[in-house]
Design a binder for this molecule. Structure first.
Ligand code: FE2
Ligand code: FE2
Length: 277
């Protein structure tokens, strides 16, 4: 089986800056003969506030000739408490209405794929509900190998680092995930969000950050491990192994967020200006 992972498409019918990369991605997905697509979030520019961004992006996903499993990103359902667009019940309900479940399990032969909603970590009872669901999904895997997909990476520079705020899972929840991953022999944790592509390993688990299909970030944010590129991931799944390949998909334009941030994310642009002053 082949699984294509795409991430951070940042699509919108009104802010069309990155839409031109969708057609080459869709063509490549058909060309590589994938069986399934997993989208690891930031489907939209601003689905957290613009319902039509989600509708528009899901129309494109549903036109793909193979099944697509989609996870929410911070731009789709909101982010941390205290941010401009905190995750809330309304935003989560909109996602569930327009897309479907915000976390899921999907079995394929000897493999159990688990999709997690990174954005409910820290959000009221939803965090604990998802953890309990995850514990059950792992305990009931019945000998299958497990691959976990999520929007946010577990860490950025160091598995034992402190709170990275916007960028990764926070230390307390991260530790709980580490323990579950070790206990249940999780083969892969694959994420998006950073707009950097990287592969590593933690214990017995392969770690992967998928490249975005939309834009790279030049100097607006700190340097991160890995490569700045636009592309996708091809996961080759056999009975006992999953081998993941980061692919620079032909025909994609490496849009640079720094050049368009005032149009695309004006609130974030304002913060960058304020931080520089
Ligand atoms: Fe993103
Ligand atoms: Fe994100």
């Amino acid at each position: 089986m082949k699984i294509v992972q795409i991430s951070d498409t940042h699509l919108s019918p009104s802010k069309t800056h990155f839409n031109d990369n969708w057609e080459p991605v869709a063509r490549w997905i058909a060309m590589v003969g994938a069986d399934l697509v997993v989208h690891t979030g930031d489907l939209t520019i601003d689905g957290a506030d613009q319902e039509e961004d989600i509708t528009f992006a899901m129309e494109l996903m549903r036109k793909l000739p193979i099944p697509v499993l989609v996870l929410p990103g911070n731009h789709d359902v909101g982010h941390l408490a205290g941010s401009d667009q905190p995750v809330d019940a309304h935003r989560l309900a909109r996602w569930r209405k327009l897309v479907g479940p915000d976390y899921w399990v999907s079995d394929h032969g000897n493999w159990r794929l688990i999709g997690l909603n990174s954005l409910v970590l820290g959000f009221e009872d939803a965090e604990e509900e998802q953890f309990q669901w995850l514990e059950q999904a792992l305990a009931a895997r019945d000998g299958r190998h497990v691959a976990i997909f999520a929007h946010k990476p577990l860490f950025v520079d160091d598995p034992a680092e402190g709170d990275t705020g916007y960028w990764s899972v926070r230390p307390k929840q991260r530790q709980r995930l580490y323990e579950l991953m070790a206990e249940h022999d999780v083969a892969l944790h694959a994420s998006g969000h950073l707009h950097w592509a990287w592969q590593g390993r933690l214990g017995e688990t392969d770690l992967l950050w998928a490249p975005p299909t939309s834009f790279i970030i030049d100097t607006l944010e700190r340097e991160m491990p890995g490569d700045r590129l636009v592309g996708a991931v091809l996961h080759h799944v056999s009975e006992e192994r999953i081998d993941s390949e980061i692919v620079a998909v032909p025909g994609l334009t490496p849009h640079v967020l720094d050049h368009v941030i005032e149009e695309v994310y004006p609130r974030a642009a304002k913060k960058v200006v304020e931080a520089a002053q």
